[in-house]
Design a protein around this ligand. Structure first.
Ligand code: CP
Length: 321
């Protein structure tokens, strides 16, 4: 593996997921792999799970992990090619990225979209600039449009929680209400990984006007009828996203779209997933989050093993190059 930015970078998802679950069984089985290597975690936006789980994963592989809050502690970066830098930006990514690349064996970047300009956000200028200029492998810790470490985690969680060998699980991604306009990245990414993986019957349900980019959703069954979607589901993944077509808007905040214990009755005793952070009693009610149906803590804990599998795969590629 060279970089980790989209599902295409994973290679065989079943093999990568198996590697993650092997690390869960034996966290220190490759503790020499990263000995003497450094990983830089660059944050342009906040994080709890991604930041901590990636550091733990790197340390279990023997690496030194250094976190840099670029947004708060670094010079304001410019990403526009040819910019006349007479405004607030102080340093161009063309200059900063190769310097950071010289300090680290791999770099991880978290950056959110502006939600103002769809073309710019979907061009992924920030993460692609690091790929172009850093000179080392790049791992996305969530970009403007995708969150691949979360999606790999979601698949390993589904695989370890689904017992049957005789049928595929039914997995439903359902839109939830929220008070803020959120990125589409978790939903885009989950759809991309589910469709690439192909190991589940995958359904997406959302209100009118919340269609996601078809480049990610093609292959899923999509319906605006949440009750129809939930029928016989084994897993329900709850997530809000803002509108894609009329970009970054809230068209609907109907609490009727919140998953409830009553709605779970339509499912096949579904496990409930959410990437966290979750706004309780807005996106999901206490009655579900505090019940045995919720696997959100297990899901978040699995972030370590997904990160460890990805970092190990990149180290293996680097060591044989
Ligand atoms: N799910 C997730 O990415 O969590 P953080 O934003 O806390 O990293």
């Amino acid at each position: 593996m060279k970089h980790f930015i989209t599902a295409a970078d994973a290679g065989n998802i079943d093999i990568l997921a198996a590697k993650a679950l092997a690390f869960k069984t034996n966290p220190l089985m490759a503790q020499q792999l990263g000995r003497g290597k450094r990983i830089g975690l660059l944050f342009l936006n906040p994080s709890l799970r991604t930041r901590l789980s990636t550091q733990v994963a790197a340390q279990q592989l023997g690496m030194d992990a250094i976190v840099f809050n670029v947004d708060k502690e670094g010079w304001a970066l410019e990403f526009e090619d040819g910019a006349i830098m007479s405004g607030n930006t102080v340093e161009h990514v063309k200059d900063a990225a190769p310097v950071m690349g010289s300090y680290f064996d791999m770099l991880c970047i978290r950056t959110f979209p502006s939600l103002k300009n769809r073309k710019d956000d979907y061009a992924e200028l920030v993460i692609q600039s690091f790929v172009q200029y850093a000179g080392v492998p790049i791992i996305s810790l969530e970009s403007a449009t995708l969150h691949p470490l979360q999606s790999l985690t979601d698949i390993i969680t589904i695989k370890e929680q689904f017992a049957s060998n005789t049928r595929k699980p039914k997995v439903v991604l359902t839109w939830a209400p929220h008070v803020k306009a959120l990125p589409q990245c978790v939903a885009n990414s989950f759809a991309q990984w589910m469709n690439t993986w192909g190991g589940a019957d995958f359904v997406i349900t959302h209100p009118d006007h919340y269609e996601l980019d078809t480049r990610y959703t093609t292959g899923a069954y999509i319906t605006t009828n949440q009750q129809e979607a939930l029928a016989d589901a084994d897993f329900v993944y709850v997530k809000n996203w803002s509108t894609y077509t009329d970009y970054g808007k809230i068209y609907n905040n109907d609490p009727g779209w919140m998953l409830t214990p009553d709605k779970l009755q339509f499912t096949h005793q579904a496990k409930v997933m959410h990437c966290l952070p979750v706004r309780r009693n807005v996106e999901l009610p206490d009655e579900i989050l505090d019940s045995s149906a919720s696997i959100v803590t297990l899901q978040a804990a699995n972030r370590v093993w997904a990160a460890q599998a990805v970092i190990a795969s990149i180290l293996e590629t680097s060591n044989t190059a």
